[in-house]
Design a protein around this ligand. Sequence first.
Ligand code: UD1
Length: 330
Amino acid sequence: MAVLVTGGAGYIGSHVVRLLNERGDDVLVVDDFSTGIAARVDGLSVVDLDLAAPDATDRLVDAIREHGVDSIIHFAAKKQVGESVEEPVMYYRQNIGALTNILAAVEATGIESLVFSSSAATYGMPDVEMVGEDLDCRPINPYGQTKLIGEWMIDNQITASQMRGTAFNAVKLRYFNVAGAGWSELADTAVMNLIPIVLGRMKDGKAPIIFGDDYDTPDGTCIRDYVHVKDLAEAHIAALDYMKSGGTTETVFNVGTGTGASVKEVIDTIAEVTGRDIVPEMGERRAGDPPALVADVSRISALLSWKAEFGLEEIVRSAVEAAGMLPEQK
Ligand code: UD1
């Protein structure tokens, strides 16, 4: 049996594909290569498909039958907060429309397990520092809203399948701040998040900008929970195995380390790892940034027996190495 990985040519998806291959699972990648990179899935079975296209369900059903797919990991989606505010319709189409097509294909083929990429963005601006899964979700942008709607769609499908007496299970993973590279060639090439932005600016001879240092945190800068992409990838494998062994107690899990790092700490770590002095500029606060967002990871640790192996230093080192910026790479 094979695992269908949508967005398998993307940053996180390609890490999961690599792990599945390593453990000998058959993999079928579905990607439209809008942001995915073909070289990341070289030599694998690939269907080039926009999951929001009108014929997507039919093409998925054919691919599922042809390749003997029995589970799906769904990454393919839009994920830029700012863009989602400017172009919400694109987010409805690509995140909600595509998931609708996938669920229709699941229903038509009797697929029993789905892992869904959700996000800490579903929580919005929680007023607690440590975020547990039972907290009220109040996403503050269309991106986070489409992820929460996706979770609801999946829950509705689980209920409908129980009513029909069919066995559809799903796990929704709410990622915190994903960074680093498990393999340099699979590194994040989009310069959208803190670590890639800082490294990109250093390459251009520019100082990083800290978006606000007057937050109510120990050093005044925002705290986030940075999780290594390889650890995150392992969480997907754990989620698949959990469903295969009949686990259905909970369906939504935070994926983080349970430990926060401030923007200053991240920049200091980049300075240490690259061996370069970094003097950041202080900028204005960025709208919509919660002061601190750290995952409570007790649920995933208890039910999926998953725990992050890597810390901030290893995350930063892997990203710096992928960027060719370790001192010995000069
Ligand atoms: C962002 C998304 C979030 C998404 C997550 C994972 C926003 C508002 N949030 O989280 O929805 O789930 O990515 O993809 O886009 N920072 C600087 N200077 C910079 C860049 C960032 O100080 O040049 C700070 C930010 O203000 C923030 C922290 O670094 O405090 C992390 O920023 P970022 O990497 O953009 O992630 P989040 O905003 O936490």
